[in-house]
Ligand binder design. Sequence first.
Ligand code: NAP
Length: 303
Amino acid sequence: MRVSVTGSSGWIGSVTVDELLAAGDEVTGLARSDASAAALRAKGAHVHRGDLDDLASIRAGAEAAEAVIHLANKHDWSNPAASAAAERAAVQTIGDALAGTNRPFLLASGVAGLTQGRPAGEDDASPFHGPESPRGGSENLALEFVDRGVHTVALRFAPTVHGAGDHGFIATIAAVAREKGVSGYAADGTNRWAAVHRSDAARLVSLGLAKAPAGARLHAVAEDGIPTRDIAEAIGRAFGLPVTSIAPDDVQGHFGWIGTFFGMDLAATSTATRELLGWAPTGPTLIEDLDAGAYSARPIRSS
Ligand SMILES: NC(=O)c1ccc[n+]([C@@H]2O[C@H](COP(=O)([O-])OP(=O)(O)OC[C@H]3O[C@@H](n4cnc5c(N)ncnc54)[C@H](OP(=O)(O)O)[C@@H]3O)[C@@H](O)[C@H]2O)c1
């Protein structure tokens, strides 16, 4: 299949491209730099130059493909509204380009805020609608295109897609720990985070492209919920730092923007996804990655 991948140079996108190529797909990656373009060509992928801020380039990439996997995101944490607006505009543009074709449109999403007080499941529809909502309400916007002849599939990634070289949430929390000289967790640290290894996440995307029905919500979740206190303790071990509770009123001041997420319960299940796709995660757990030095290049050896 000729697959267009936005975000093909990113943490998840770059290994997704590898998975797709290995599965025999013909991949065209959206690239906005010469370095990203060269990396794609070196793998045997094609290059489409473009930018989320150039919607004509996003439309052209979608129109030329038999399937679109949308993983690009500005991730401007100092201006989440701008990231959300760009995300919504890209999803609208790709959906319009694919309308009436029944072609697959897989898009990145997350599990934050789907449920309160219990793990999120695939049957839990996103409560986020409209441009002012998190991620610009892009998951629901994309799913609305099912009625317009688009084979939409939502890829809900765990809040940490972890592994060596990760520059996402866990790397940010580890950076705060190093800067503050203490590895913190919010309150009693019983709020939990789902997790998935990067390799398992990329395999899920490839399987989702091949097998998921239109309208599916897939959960890239290998571990349903790791207490954030356990995560903070592993970060403390990795960097040789003391571990401490941060009072709820001090969480934002201590952690900055990542505190909003690290203080949330972001547990999720993936039972339906595993049954639907025959997906079985095999990668290391988050704590195993932290203890192996994936974030610190400082393996912890039990004595
Ligand atoms: N990683 C996680 O733990 C996680 C968890 C939940 C959800 N997600 C979601 O999954 C998706 C992929 O995440 P990721 O971790 O792979 O992200 P990432 O490593 O930050 O990569 C972002 C990608 O978006 C591209 N991009 C950024 N701004 C762009 C622009 N203006 N125009 C075109 N492309 C642009 C980047 O290209 P350049 O290389 O040119 O900058 C890069 O390829 C995102 O939607 C993310 O929010 C990720």
